[in-house]
Design a protein around this ligand. Sequence first.
Ligand code: AP5
Ligand code: MG
Length: 211
Amino acid sequence: MNLILLGAPGAGKGTQATKISDRYGIVHISTGDIFRANIKNATEIGLLAKSYLDRGALVPDEVTIAIVKDRLTWDDAAKGFLLDGFPRNLAQAEALDGFAKIDGVVNINIDHALLLDRICGRRVCKECGESYHVSTLGGATVCSRCGGELYRRKDDNPETVASRLAVYNEQTAPLIDYYTKKGVILNFTGTEAPAEVLFDEIKTALDAFNK
Ligand code: AP5
Ligand code: MG
C-alpha cells in the first residue's frame, strides 16, 4: 500500500504516520524529518534547506523531488510507503506521478484555530522523532517510547507558523482537489479528541481499503 498523508502544519500527520506505519508495516518517509536530519549533520542539502525551514518556506522542488525519488528506490519502500509532507505543491504531485503509483491519500482537515497551540506546544524526540504536546507530558523531558531527549523545533514559533500556514493554503491545499479528481482521497477531520480517536477512523478506512 502506497499512501500520502496530507494536512496543514500541526494537523497531526507525523502523529498518525507513526501509527499507520506500525500497523501496516509500511515505511514512514517524512521530507521534513529528512531535511532536519541533514541540517543536524551539516550536509550540503542541510546547509541549503536550513534557510527555507527557518522561515517556513518550501525547499526548492528539484532538490525535494530528487530526494524522494531516490528514497523510494530503497529496499524498505518496496513493501509500501507513507509519504508525510510530500507532495506539497502541484509540481511535486505531478513529478511523483512519474515515479510512483499512489493507492490512497489520507487527508486530515482541521480548524486552523487549533494549530498554533498544537505546534507551539509540540516537543519532539531527538532519537525516534515521536511528537508530544507539553500539556500531556506532565513535565517529562524524555521520550516515553525510547528515552530520547525532547526538543522544540526551531520553526515552531508563531511567526514561522504563520508563513507555513500561508504556504499550505496557497500551494498544498489545492492538492486535495488534485487527488479527489483521481479518486484516491480519504477525508478525515482532526479535532481536539486524542490522536487515538482519529487513528481509529483512519484504521477503519484503511482496513477496508487494504483488503
Ligand atoms: P514538516 O516537518 O513536514 O512540517 P509541517 O507540514 O509544518 O507539519 P508538522 O510536522 O509541523 O505537523 P504534523 O502535521 O506532522 O503534526 P504533528 O503530528 O507533529 O515540514 C517542515 C518544513 O520542511 C517545511 O516548512 C518546509 O520548509 C520543509 N519541507 C518539508 N517537506 C517539503 C516539501 N515536500 N517540499 C518543500 N519543502 C518541504 O502534531 C502537531 C502537535 O499536535 C504535536 O504536539 C502533537 O502531539 C499534537 N497532536 C497531534 N494530534 C493531536 C490530537 N488529536 N489532539 C491533540 N494534539 C495532537
Ligand atoms: Mg510532521
